[in-house]
Ligand binder design. Structure first.
Ligand SMILES: Cc1ncc(COP(=O)(O)O)c(C=O)c1O
Length: 385
């Protein structure tokens, strides 16, 4: 007989990503649902991984991350954002951004603490808050361009106290990007309060149309009370390697590391070594990432101009949202199912990114795919097989 247990996450079922992937497989559909590339990381990176494993990098790495990787991360942060980080006190390597976020929440959220989330939101945020005894509170991003409603934020801050505020920039699934002025505005209105700001900047290289990502790292006042989270998986086309990191002032890093030490402790050693070597030897790879993904975005969206789907042009990330209402009048879950069944393309229904099932009738398509995959998907979305 089973034990009498109460789930800590009673409403969490199989994720929408797993459901859509299973449907895609069942129908032999092209899977633009899950957010990962269908192409390999650079060959050199794979060679460095092999070399690291062959040369004995196979035991626990130091708890905060391999020194060589933290060193490379500091160089990157200084070159891109003029942020001078100390590898010993400001950087912690994690098993991807998801673990970084969970560890941050474990380190700072006590039972009953409120955490503010902007929706639509990456699906791990609210469950990670709840697992740690916190209470997720929500603000909806404003249509049509998915901006943060600053007046509402200011109003909520006056009325409630938030232990943490989670901000994703560039944004998944909306593809919106915060400007320097937005970040200054957020800094101003949050300044009087004791909230830690957590910036999920995993898509920081993926900003298009000659704009560049403005990081919270560029605002020194904010960095006294912020933690910034990055993911190598989104950068090196290797989401399966699960390498991420946090950047924060030492008093915050100290608490993150306490929690990291007793949960994950140490992140994949050869993958860290290979990443560090790649960052050192192939700096050119990173500077072309924005144009690499912009070409994919433009290639995909151009072919869909004549389709019944109205695509938003994302400013960043590798996702594009489409309004499907000219093609189908039902809710987004059934639209996604119909898309797989009738057109043979899998996408994510956006209601999955809202805690209350709010349905703006949009589907999310991932364009981190080979041109041939994007071309075949676009053909199907245009009703041609
Ligand atoms: C906004 C956002 N944050 C975090 C993550 C997770 O990153 P990682 O694969 O490094 O855990 C993702 C992955 O899709 C994401 O889209």
């Amino acid at each position: 007989m089973e034990l009498n247990l109460t789930s800590k996450l009673p409403s969490a079922g199989v994720s929408v990503f797993a459901r859509m992937t299973a449907l895609a497989n069942q129908h032999g559909a092209i899977n633009l649902a899950q957010g990962f590339p269908d192409f390999n990381p650079p060959d050199e990176l794979i060679e460095y991984l092999y070399e690291a494993a062959l040369n004995g990098m196979n035991q626990y790495a130091p708890m905060p991350g391999l020194p060589a990787l933290r060193e490379q991360i500091c160089n990157r942060l200084e070159n891109l954002y003029a942020y001078k980080a100390d590898p010993d006190h400001h950087i912690t390597v994690t098993a991807g951004a998801t673990q970084a976020l969970f560890t941050i929440l474990s380190a700072f959220v006590r039972p009953g603490d409120k955490v503010l989330i902007f929706e639509p939101a990456y699906d791990s945020y609210a469950p990670a808050v709840i697992s740690n005894g916190g209470i997720p509170e929500f603000i909806r991003l404003q249509s049509p361009d998915f901006r943060i409603p600053m007046d509402e934020l200011e109003d909520r801050l006056k009325k409630e106290s938030f232990r943490l505020i989670l901000i994703n920039n560039p944004h998944n699934p909306c593809g919106s990007v915060l400007t320097e002025a937005d970040i200054r505005h957020i800094a101003e209105i949050t300044a009087p309060y004791q909230s830690i700001l957590v910036w999920d900047e995993v898509y920081d290289y993926l900003v298009y149309d000659n704009k560049s990502h403005y990081s919270a790292l560029q605002n020194s006042e904010l960095m006294d009370r912020s933690i910034v989270v990055f993911s190598m998986g989104k950068t090196l086309h290797n989401t399966g390697w699960k390498i991420g990191y946090t950047v924060a002032a030492s008093y915050l890093t100290q608490e993150i590391r306490k929690m990291h030490q007793f949960t994950v402790f140490s992140v994949n050693t050869p993958a860290q070594a290979a990443t560090a070597k790649f960052m050192e030897k192939q700096p050119g790879f990173f500077s072309q990432l924005g144009s690499f993904y912009q070409r994919k975005r433009d290639f995909f969206l151009k072919q869909l101009e004549t389709s019944p789907f109205d695509f938003y042009v994302p400013e960043g990330s590798y996702f594009a949202l489409a309004d499907y209402s000219k093609w189908y009048e039902g809710d987004d879950e059934s639209a996604a199912a119909k898309l797989v069944g009738e057109l043979g393309v899998a996408a994510i229904p956006i209601s999955a990114f809202y805690h209350d099932g709010y349905d703006p009738r949009l589907l999310r398509f991932c364009f981190a795919k080979k041109e041939e995959t994007l071309e075949a998907a676009a053909r199907r979305l245009n009703g041609r097989n």
